[in-house]
Design a protein around this ligand. Structure first.
Ligand code: ZN
Length: 693
């Protein structure tokens, strides 16, 4: 008999339930009695009155039916999960990433079906979901679907993470069929269940199999729809679980991008409840939620006693070099209760003693789950609770974020694990004018290193902006207005000398560089304004003082803010342009983002602010507000013109572009370094940018 089981016909129906419930006895033949009047039994069986029927359970089936003691995932992983792709390979240790235990265990709470994790990169959450899949394979099997942003990532995850996870663990290895065919990179067949890897655009792969476990990784990198007129990849994958609606588990993980991105939407609208990870201070024992602020994240400031609590944002931005802080590990975290200093080791200790708490009530995770039984739960995982990210890395990333919009987004998304808040400007000129400072119109502040000019060509004239830039990219509007003729443009660009600082000093500064938009319609019969601007640029762009560049708005997003075109040897109408002319393509969406970013910083009186001179009026603010950032039907954020006159906004973007490090020949950074060499040292920085309300 050995591995065969016996069905003894006659008696009550006990098939099915008995087999599963008494799985432990599956290795021995078990008599099962069935009532002979059972209508569905084949006549052949009934005819004999009583007979023995034999059938075989496969190894996999027996493994499935075998009853195992229920243990939490966090306990299972320390016995059966071997980590391969990690700085710390070997058997999984919860003490490295203590916050993952709660996420894993909550996933298998009977009430929970959807687990949403909004996280910084490198905190181990992807591995935590794989742990859950491994646990499911061993303890609670069902078809698995893992979805990644693209085919390459799907294959990489299968080959580099999932297959090694199965191979490395004796327990999981015993579930494999041993046939290479069953280890195809996008489909792994175990003895008793199957795992599919898919990617967001493979709609067909997502829509034909019933699935119990769905992992959606890097959700914010998915395209909006899986194909034409299809639902989102997220929705397609979720629909697959309907068969398992009472026992399904869905994991959604991602680093956030923008507020309308999928993971932030899931966390804030789909999750019924959000959990944060509280840590315990090893010095005073008080629990707290680690947060990024200048009171908690600390590092020595340049030329200051590191113990002083310096609140001046100006000196904060001029602290030590971020690279140095990171390389030397100079940052620490300050306990908000005892003000003791945590280094990375104490931070890790604090995390090991931590727990997840519900955001609104402060109730501990498992207590909350048992009391409220939510179906969809969310976790927020910032970078600084992770063993893999040093406090100094966080501090350095923050310092870098103060100097560029890209780094600012990076810090928000990848360290704070919050979306970068798109600066949607309120349609209120009063707000814009809060960026005004004490600087009189047409005066250059002493901090300025160069004057940049942006010009917008109109049918009957030119709008312009002149902006002064300091070495750190802080800037001041010096002059704006309208010019009627090319003569006026030439006078502005090549002859005007603005007084610097105190008019009595006699110091003046001229425009260093200018950009002029060459886009534009028909101006005269047979001569577009583009054509006219080309000719003017050819004669005046170089050699007359300020270097003047022609620009055009790019119809597509560029990798950076601008792209220098190939030399043009003909005008749009085909006339030869001897010597050629190179036009700069500008990513206007990025530049408008950048302008509003710097303007907002001026309003808050922060470094890198784009200030306005004292006499800036409502006429200026109106043009700046002529475009607003909107979310289109496709869910894409775009600058949309809502009033006709937006010219000064375009001019501001061009002036800002002139100072940008990406600009041909370098931006204010190069110029600042040059001036630094020429002048002797000494602190020349002085704040004149006090708001005037
Ligand atoms: Zn403390």
């Amino acid at each position: 008999m050995g591995q065969r089981d016996v069905l003894a016909v006659g008696g009550n129906i006990k098939l099915g339930r008995d087999l599963r419930d008494k799985g432990e006895r599956m290795n021995k033949p078990q008599p099962i009695t069935i009532n002979p009047s059972t209508p569905w039994l084949p006549p052949g069986i009934l005819a004999g009155g009583s007979r023995v029927h034999r059938f075989t359970f496969s190894v996999g089936e027996r493994r499935v039916f075998r009853k195992k003691a229920k243990i939490p995932v966090s306990e299972w992983v320390e016995k059966h999960r071997y980590v391969t792709m990690s700085a710390l390979p070997g058997l999984w240790r919860n003490e490295i990433t203590p916050y993952l235990s709660g996420i894993m265990d909550a996933s298998f709470h009977p009430a929970v079906q959807t687990v949403i994790v909004c996280k910084a990169p490198q905190v181990g959450c992807t591995e935590a979901v794989l742990n859950c899949i491994g646990y499911a394979a061993d303890r609670d099997p069902g078809p698995v679907l893992m979805v990644y942003p693209d085919e390459k990532t799907a294959k990489e995850n299968s080959q580099d993470r999932i297959q090694p996870m199965l191979d490395a663990s004796p327990r999981l290895r015993s579930l494999m069929t041993g046939m290479d065919d069953d280890k195809a990179s996008l489909r792994i067949k175990l003895k008793h269940m199957i795992m599919y890897m898919a990617w967001a655009t493979s709609a067909s792969r997502l829509s034909n199999k019933p699935i119990r476990y769905v992992g959606l990784d890097e959700l914010d990198k998915y395209p909006k729809t899986a194909g034409k007129r299809e639902a989102s990849p997220e929705a397609l994958a979720e629909i697959r679980t309907i068969t398992y609606r009472w026992s399904r588990k869905i994991w959604k993980l991602s680093t956030p991008t923008i507020e309308t991105g999928p993971i932030w939407k899931a966390l804030t609208t789909e999750a019924q409840v959000i959990f944060d990870y509280w840590v315990e201070c090893p010095l005073c024992g008080e629990m707290q939620l680690m947060r990024f602020s200048r009171e908690t994240f600390r590092w020595p400031r340049d030329g200051q006693n590191s113990d002083t609590n310096d609140q001046n944002p100006d000196t904060q931005a001029h602290s030590l070099d971020p690279e140095e802080i990171e390389a030397k590990g100079l940052a620490w975290y300050e306990c908000e209760h005892c003000h003791g200093r945590w280094n990375d080791t104490l931070r890790d200790q604090a995390a090991r003693a931590g727990q997840w708490r519900e955001r609104a009530t402060g109730i501990e995770l498992s207590t909350y789950l048992n009391e409220h039984r939510p179906r969809k739960i969310g976790f927020h995982v910032p970078a600084w609770i992770s063993y893999f990210i040093s406090l100094s890395e966080v501090a350095a990333a923050f310092l870098k974020s103060q100097h560029s919009l890209e780094d600012f987004k990076n810090f928000k998304n990848k360290y704070e694990a919050v979306p970068w808040k798109q600066i949607v400007v309120s349609a209120d000129e009063g707000h814009i004018l809060k960026a005004r400072c004490e600087l009189p119109a047409q005066t250059v502040p002493p901090e300025a290193r160069a004057l940049m000019c942006g010009l917008d060509v109109q049918k009957y004239g030119f709008w312009f902006v002149v902006r002064a830039f300091a070495a750190d990219y802080t800037s001041w509007l010096v002059h704006y207005g309208y010019l009627a003729k090319w003569d006026d443009v030439e006078q502005l660009l090549f002859e005007t000398a603005y007084p610097v600082g105190n008019p009595d000093s006699g110091n003046t500064m001229r425009i260093f560089r200018a950009c002029i938009d060459t886009g534009g319609g028909q101006k005269y019969t047979g001569m577009s304004s583009t054509e006219e601007t080309y000719w003017w640029l050819r004669d005046n762009g170089t050699g007359r003082g300020a270097r003047v560049w022609g620009t055009k708005g790019s119809s597509r997003a560029l990798a950076g803010k601008l792209q220098l075109g190939k030399p043009l040897d003909k005008t749009p109408s085909g006339k030869p342009l001897p010597g050629g002319l190179r036009i700069i393509s500008v990513d206007t969406e990025k530049m408008k983002d950048a302008y509003h970013y710097h303007l907002a910083r001026a309003i808050d009186d922060l470094p890198q602010g784009a200030y306005l001179h004292a006499a800036t009026g409502a006429d200026y603010a109106d043009q700046i507000l002529a475009e607003e950032k909107q979310i289109t039907e496709k869910g894409i954020e775009e600058w949309v013109q809502i009033r006709t006159d937006n010219h000064l906004l375009d001019c501001e973007c061009l002036a800002l572009l002139c100072a940008d490090p990406e600009f041909p020949g370098g931006g204010i950074n190069i110029l600042a370094a040059e001036l630094q060499r020429q002048k002797s040292g000494g602190n020349r920085r002085r704040i004149i940018s006090k708001g005037i309300g």
